[in-house]
Design a protein around this ligand. Structure first.
Ligand SMILES: [Zn+2]
Length: 584
C-alpha cells in the first residue's frame, strides 16, 4: 500500500460545526507529501496536478461532497461558473498562478490564509454564505467586480499587494476589512453596502476610489489610513466615523451626501505632509457636500489648514477644538494662488521652508514633535513596519527590541531624508489645477467665511466669529476698487471692521489730547504752558470731540468732523460686542 500524504491541519468544519483535524488522504509522491501538498511538485507536473484537481472539483460538485483543498499548492486553474453546493475549503491554499472563479457560486467556503500569486478573478461570484478571507494575501490583481456577498464578509488583515477591484460589488450583509492592507489602488466605485461596514485600521497606501458608493448602514473608518481617497457622490445613509483616521493625501468628499451623523473626531488632516505640500490641490474637500443633519456632523481636534468647504452648507456643523490657522480658510489661499503671482511665490517659499525644517528635524538639528509625527505618518504608508516605533518607544525594551527600534529609526531617517531631498530638488509646483478651478470665485470664498461666521455666532463663539469676519473683510478689501479700499482701510484702522472697540478707545484717547495740544500751541496767548491752560484746552477738546462745544474755529470743526467716524465705529463695535447674543 502506498504511503499517505502526511499533511494535516486543524480547521473549522462547516458540517459538524466544530474544529476538526484535516488529514490528507492522497498518496504521497515526494518528501512524504502528495501532489497537492508538495510545495514544488506542481512545477514539473503542472498538467497532472491541474487535471487531478479539476477531477476532484467535479467529483465534489456532482456528488455534493465537501471539497477539501486546505494547504494545496496549485497551478493556473479555471473554476469559472462552478457551483459548489457543499462546503469548499481553501484555507492556506497557495494559488501560484492565475485562478478564475468568475461566476462561481459558493454555499460554504473559506479562503482564510490563502495566497494568490497570480490574478485572482472573483468577478460576479455569488457568495451565498459567509466569505472568510482572513489574512488572505493577494500578490497580484484581485478582481471582485460585480461580486455578490449574501452573508458576512471578512477581509480582516488581508493584504492586497496590487490593485483590488470591488467595482459594483454588492455587500448584502456586514463587512469587515479591519487591519487589511491595500498597497495597490483599491476600487470600490459604485459599490453598495447594505449593512454595517468596518474599515478599522485599514491601510490604503495608494489611491482609494469610493465614488458613488452607497453606505446604507453604519460605516466605520476609525483609525484607517488613506493616501488618496475619493468619495465623490458617495452616500452615507447612516452614521459614518473617521475618528483618528489619517488623511495623508488629497481626500475628496465632493457632492457626497451625509444623511445622518458624521464624526471626524481627532482625524488627522495631513494632506500636505512631506513632498505632498508641493501640490496646492492636495486638500480635504467637502465641496458641494450635503450634510443633511448638520448638528450631528462633528469636526473635533482637526487641523483645518487645508480643508475646502466651497458651496457647502456648514452653518450648523459642529467645529470643536479645530485649528483654523489664524482663522484663514484654505479656499482663500487657493483663490489667491489662482489670481496673484505674489501669492504663488509666497506659497513656493513656504513649501521650501517647511521641507527644510522637516529635513532639520530628521537630521536632529531641530526639535518639533508635531512635524516629526507628521513625517512618521506619511512614511508609515509606504513602510508599515515603522508603526512599530511608536509601540516600542512606549514600552520597556529588552536588548533585541532595542536593536529593532534602532534599525527602524535608521530606516525612518534614511527614507525621510531621501523623500525630503527629492522634494527640495524638484520644487516644481503645479498650479494648473488651481487655474482651472471654476469654483474659486471671490463670492464663493466669501460665502464660506460668512457661513463660518454664522456657525460660530450660532454656537455663541463670538470671538472666533469676529476673527473670521476680519479675514472676510480683509479679503474683500484686497479685491475692491480704490474708493472702497480707502473707506475699508479707514474702517479697519478705526475699529477692525467693528470687531475691536478697544481700538476705538485708543483713537479717542489719542485724538482728544492731540487736539488739546494743537489748540494750546496755536491759541495760547503766551508760550508759557501752565497746568490751567492745559486743563482748559483739554476740556474744550473733550467737549468738541463729543459734539458738545461749538465755535467756528477750524480746529473745532476738524475735531468734530473726525470724532464722527470714531464715535460711530465705537458705537458699532460696542453693539457688536454686547448685543450679539440676542441675534438668535
Ligand atoms: Zn496531501
Amino acid at each position: 500500500m502506498p504511503e499517505k500524504c502526511k499533511y494535516e491541519l486543524k480547521y473549522f468544519d462547516f458540517t459538524s460545526g466544530k474544529n476538526e483535524t484535516y488529514r490528507c488522504e492522497e498518496d504521497a509522491v515526494k518528501d512524504g507529501l502528495c501532489i497537492f501538498h508538495h510545495k514544488t511538485y506542481w512545477k514539473e507536473h503542472e498538467d497532472e496536478v491541474r487535471k487531478k484537481f479539476i477531477e476532484k472539483v467535479e467529483d465534489a460538485i456532482n456528488n455534493k461532497k465537501p471539497l477539501l483543498c486546505i494547504g494545496y499548492n496549485l497551478p493556473e486553474v479555471d473554476l469559472s461558473e462552478k457551483k459548489f453546493e457543499a462546503p469548499a475549503y481553501f484555507q492556506y491554499a497557495v494559488f501560484y498562478e492565475k485562478v478564475n472563479f468568475c461566476k462561481a457560486e459558493f454555499n460554504e467556503v473559506d479562503f482564510s490564509f490563502a495566497e494568490f500569486n497570480g490574478e485572482a478573478n472573483f468577478s460576479n461570484v455569488k457568495f451565498l454564505c459567509e466569505a472568510p478571507f482572513y489574512n488572505t494575501k493577494f500578490y497580484s490583481k484581485a478582481n471582485f467586480f460585480g461580486v455578490a456577498f449574501f452573508s458576512k464578509v471578512h477581509f480582516d488583515s488581508a493584504e492586497f499587494i496590487e490593485e483590488a477591484y470591488f467595482y459594483e460589488a454588492k455587500f448584502l450583509n456586514e463587512v469587515s476589512f479591519s487591519e487589511a492592507k491595500f498597497y495597490g489602488e483599491a476600487y470600490f466605485a459604485g459599490t453598495e453596502f447594505s449593512k454595517e461596514i468596518g474599515f478599522y485600521e485599514t491601510n490604503f497606501s495608494s489611491m482609494l476610489d469610493f465614488r458613488e458608493a452607497k453606505f446604507a448602514s453604519g460605516a466605520y473608518f476609525t483609525r484607517a489610513k488613506f493616501s488618496e481617497v475619493d468619495f465623490f457622490k458617495a452616500k452615507f445613509s447612516s452614521l459614518v466615523t473617521f475618528n483618528e483616521t489619517k488623511f495623508l493625501g488629497k481626500a475628496l468628499f465632493n457632492y457626497s451626501t451625509f444623511l445622518d451623523a458624521a464624526s471626524f473626531v481627532n482625524s488627522y488632516f495631513l494632506p500636505y505632509a512631506l513632498e505632498k505640500c508641493l501640490k496646492p490641490c492636495n486638500y480635504i474637500s467637502f465641496r458641494y457636500a450635503n450634510f443633511e443633519r448638520q448638528e450631528k456632523v462633528v469636526f473635533d481636534g482637526c487641523d483645518m489648514e487645508r480643508v475646502s468647504f466651497l458651496n457647502t452648507n456648514i452653518e450648523r456643523v459642529k467645529f470643536r477644538n479645530v485649528k483654523w490657522r489664524n482663522f484663514k480658510i484654505y479656499d482663500e489661499k487657493l483663490f489667491l494662488l489662482k489670481h496673484l503671482e505674489k501669492e504663488r511665490k509666497k506659497f513656493a517659499n513656504e513649501c521650501e521652508e517647511k521641507l527644510k525644517k522637516a529635513l532639520d528635524i530628521v537630521n536632529g538639528k531641530e526639535k518639533d514633535e508635531e512635524v516629526k509625527k507628521e513625517i512618521y505618518y506619511s512614511l508609515e504608508l509606504k513602510y508599515p513596519e515603522l508603526k512599530e516605533i511608536e509601540r516600542l518607544e512606549k514600552k520597556k525594551r529588552n536588548e533585541e527590541e532595542e536593536e529593532r527600534l534602532r534599525k527602524l529609526k535608521n530606516t525612518f531617517e534614511k527614507e525621510a531624508k531621501i523623500e525630503i531631498e527629492n522634494a527640495l530638488k524638484s520644487q516644481r509646483i503645479d498650479f494648473s489645477e488651481v487655474y482651472l478651478d471654476e469654483d474659486l470665485t471671490l463670492e464663493n470664498v466669501l460665502a464660506v467665511y460668512r457661513a463660518l461666521r454664522e456657525n460660530y455666532d450660532y454656537y455663541l463663539k463670538y470671538d472666533e466669529s469676529g476673527k473670521f469676519f476680519i479675514n472676510e473683510m480683509k479679503l474683500k478689501k484686497r479685491f475692491s476698487n480704490f474708493i472702497e479700499r480707502v473707506v475699508m482701510s479707514v474702517y479697519e484702522l478705526l475699529c477692525l471692521y467693528g470687531e475691536s472697540y478697544t481700538r476705538t478707545i485708543v483713537w479717542i484717547l489719542a485724538t482728544i489730547p492731540l487736539f488739546a495740544l494743537v489748540r494750546l500751541l496755536f491759541e495760547a496767548s503766551s508760550l508759557v504752558l501752565n497746568m490751567n491752560s492745559l486743563m482748559d484746552s483739554l476740556k474744550i477738546s473733550t467737549a468738541a470731540f463729543f459734539q458738545l462745544y461749538y465755535n467756528n474755529d477750524w480746529l473745532t470743526i476738524l475735531e468734530r468732523l473726525i470724532s464722527i467716524p470714531i464715535l460711530g465705529s465705537f458705537y458699532i463695535a460696542l453693539r457688536r460686542k454686547f448685543e450679539r447674543r440676542i441675534r438668535h
